[in-house]
Design a protein around this ligand. Structure first.
Ligand SMILES: [Zn+2]
Length: 289
């Protein structure tokens, strides 16, 4: 019996899916030496999921050795510039790549202030869009590959299933900006990216349960007051999500001048509630789950 157990453990280690998370951009919208929000989920050495595409993302994507042909989906947590501005650059680069399969682009719904994901892509590539010279990317008969908008508008997690992973997506509160958070599940491994949110409706708790990695946008310090607190989580909110979700590890990213230099205080506040490991993101940081 014992030998079978050992054999099973050995085989499951040998054939376990290798999942890595790479930070392409660890910053926010400022000019501060960091690319803006963007991340890759690597599965068995292939870049399968791109989450956000802020400024500088594509250069980091190239440096990481990722291939556009390997992507199965792009998720835009919201369409603020620091999360979405490199998207047209990826699509144009894709035109010169070998990619021919359609690429879903998941994003939030819209409101008076922001377009939903379909209208966002239409505003870029539609017949009256800014980049209408690339308008065939919205067609099935595209010369290169088609991009397909997928809108998420739900206060309970919505599951999307892909070949080697699934995504759970949910609306989060980011002031007047429609925004989503995403959990990526790869066999028995998982991670969650908060996107920008103050988590006032506790959406993150619905995705966080036992994730191996909680990627938390750390845009404000604990002492922040005023409008920023309607947009972003304080360190104590991050700690609450991490602790109640029993997450294995936390990665603080979307670092801005407001939090840079206050890391010691932020970490102390988080560790009061949450006893696991907390890391600070840098561009091109890559970790196995
Ligand atoms: Zn942001």
């Amino acid at each position: 019996m014992k030998i079978f157990t050992l054999l099973f453990l050995l085989l499951s280690t040998l054939f376990a899916v290798r999942v890595e998370f790479e930070v392409l951009g660890s910053g926010g919208p400022e000019i501060d030496g960091r690319a803006s929000a963007s991340y890759i989920v690597w599965i068995d050495g292939k870049a399968r999921v791109l989450i956000d595409a802020g400024s500088g993302s594509m250069l980091r994507f190239e440096q990481s050795g990722a291939q556009l042909e390997d992507l199965e989906v792009i998720v835009l947590t919201h369409v603020h510039i620091d999360h979405s501005v490199d998207l047209p650059a990826y699509i144009k680069a894709g035109y010169f790549s070998d990619r021919r399969s359609a690429l879903p682009i998941i994003g939030p719904d819209g409101n008076r202030h922001f377009p939903d994901i379909e209208n966002f892509l239409e505003a870029l590539f539609g017949d009256s869009g800014a980049y209408r010279y690339m308008s065939d990317v919205l067609d099935k008969e595209s010369d290169s590959f088609q991009i397909i908008p997928v809108e998420i508008d739900s206060s309970i997690p919505v599951r999307k299933i892909f070949k080697t992973f699934s995504l759970d997506l949910i609306n989060v509160n980011h002031g007047n900006v429609p925004a989503i958070a995403v959990r990526v599940n790869i066999e028995n491994q998982s991670l969650m990216v908060s996107g920008d949110t103050n988590n006032e409706n506790k959406s993150l708790q619905k995705l966080a349960k036992n994730v191996d990695l909680f990627v938390a946008h750390h845009a404000i310090p604990e002492f922040a007051r005023g409008y920023a607190t309607h947009l972003h989580m304080t360190p104590s909110t991050i700690a609450e999500v991490a602790q109640t979700g029993a997450v294995k590890k936390v990665l603080l990213t979307h670092r801005m001048r407001r939090t840079l230099g206050n890391e010691k205080e932020s970490l102390e506040i988080i560790h009061k509630k949450y006893k696991g490991e907390v890391l600070l993101a840098e561009d091109r940081m890559k970790m196995e789950l």
